[in-house]
Design a protein around this ligand. Sequence first.
Ligand code: ADP
Ligand code: ZN
Length: 220
Amino acid sequence: MSKRLILLGAPGSGKGTWSKIISDEKGLAHIATGDLFRAELTAETPLGREVKSFMEQGALVPDELTIQLVEKALTDESAVNGFVLDGFPRTIPQAEALATMLEKRDKAIDMVINLVIDESILIERTLSRLVCIKCGQPYNTQNMAPSVEGTCDHCGGDVVHRSDDTEETLRKRLEAYRKSTAPLIDYYRARDLLVTFSNDGPPSDEMRRRLFSIIDGAKG
Ligand code: ADP
Ligand code: ZN
């Protein structure tokens, strides 16, 4: 079984949703850089103040800050037995820093799951999505609403619309994705780590089975 996974994909491709499903089912740490940055923002830490304008504009946070954040999360006890990285790496230098971090600990990435989704669905999905501010669980007003409006099914936290989920920032985030993140598809394919998962609908049992058979499959 793969224990060190990366979920790759455009904004709104379902990285958060599937990372949570995988990490819950497999007992792996869920490391989502967007959630970690949002927590810093909410707590108004110095790092939070530093990343605020990048996030609000839909730009990538500089590599150095992002790499430091991930290094800290990876050294946490909870990540020792494996993890799902959600939203990291997003650039080639981040991928290289990650490989170095893991090498130092005699570890390596087992698998990179590339979530593929039609761009027209992606925009619609992102504009209608909601997120729990406490645990990061994604929701969607269209087909994945919380049972009680505004309240997280998992932790009871407030479920809100993300301030960076607007048409304007989404356009910028998609640009950043195409320019800086999409090259990671070839990067990981060249290292024989890439698998592709088509994610055009809300999570179904059939998709769940398909994904877990990939994760538990030959590459583990
Ligand atoms: P999404 O995948 O929907 O765009 P995330 O929650 O993963 O949302 O990220 C939100 C924002 O956090 C990004 O637009 C960016 O500003 C910042 N961010 C998250 N992860 C990274 C990363 N690996 N490198 C740089 N910036 C990041
Ligand atoms: Zn929650």
